[in-house]
Design a binder for this molecule. Sequence first.
Ligand code: ATP
Ligand code: MG
Length: 396
Amino acid sequence: MEDRNTFIVRCGEVALKGLNKPYFERMLVDRIKRALKKFDGIEVKRKEGLIFVKAPAALDQDEIVGEISRVFGVASISPAVEVDSDMEEIGKAAVEFMLRLIEKKGVKTFKVDAKRADKSFPVKSPDIARNIGAQVLIGCKVLKVDVHNPDCLLFVDVRRDKSYIYEQKISGFGGLPLGTNGKGMILLSGGIDSPVAAWMMAKRGMLIEAVHFHSYPYTSERAQEKVVDLAKIVAGYCSRFKMHTINLLPIQELIVQNCPEEETTILVRRFMMKIAEKVARETDCCMLITGENLGQVASQTAEALVVTDHSVQIPVMRPLIALDKVDIMDIAKNIGTYETSILPYEDCCTVFLPKHPTTKPKLEKILESESRLDVEQLVNEAVASKETITVYPDYR
Ligand code: ATP
Ligand code: MG
């Protein structure tokens, strides 16, 4: 056997992409290669509708699986043993494979699940299963067959010149390869929702760029660092991206001085959207993305969302709109942003928070209040003041 480990990677929806399938597969291979760039000696190849990764045996298997499983478009991964498509070779490898499993996991019962992708192979699937099962029983005296509830399901996948033996199918996130669906601008706060919203759109193949608003010195530098920390975790999935930081305080002060108190939040939100729209147009982002969620807070009632939406021409994606908070929190925990999101630092939205924000804003009234400010000039100044950094993945 060669001194390299093989990983079978199954594509999720990519496999359904009809005529565009080769394009999506190429993009997926490219993303897997990038995710594994930090390791030497990796080979990634497409073959017969699957992707095969080969890595030097000295590398940590779990780490490699971890990296591949974060690549969007990957449905599942199986660390496998590759052998020539020959019954004797397969049998020998299956025995070795099971001996290792007995030692590692104390497996006592097994069942063979055989598949023959190469229909010209002379032995049919049920016979492959029987034959390999018998060889394993002879080679591993402690094992018994249990067809109903085996400790280990031993997969034998016979292909044209090579066959594969494995037992695990580790789930990926599915989705589509990054870079297959344009670029969106996420309005990234330090909360639970917006990192999840960014992740969800990236999972559908969208590259992201971010804009974050602060109210320094009312919000601290540490609060900004928290957002960078969150962005780094998101970048672990969607590769490095640019983040623009803008101080919203001058605009917030003008709103407080000139407009009704209960409208502060909605007016601030409209400015955020307008500024983000302008930055998006300058950076080739075709949509905005927010973590808004129907009914979650005063600024996210149906009426408030309509008034917010009306502030921009660019499409606004709200991937969390119909999720319950517990479901959003589950995703945040799963992708690793939750612990950072709940750290208690102030957000610019909480500065100048009105005592009784309006939950049913009327567009005409909001537009009237807004007209007391030189919106275009303020937006232009805010955009001109932006500071841009590149956020790199945080490999913990
Ligand atoms: P989150 O958990 O993402 O902070 P939230 O429930 O606190 O969301 P809001 O504060 O009303 O809700 O914000 C709604 C959305 O507006 C956020 O999900 C985010 O997309 C955007 N947003 C809010 N604050 C900021 C900010 N300081 N900078 C950039 N975008 C923001
Ligand atoms: Mg927030």
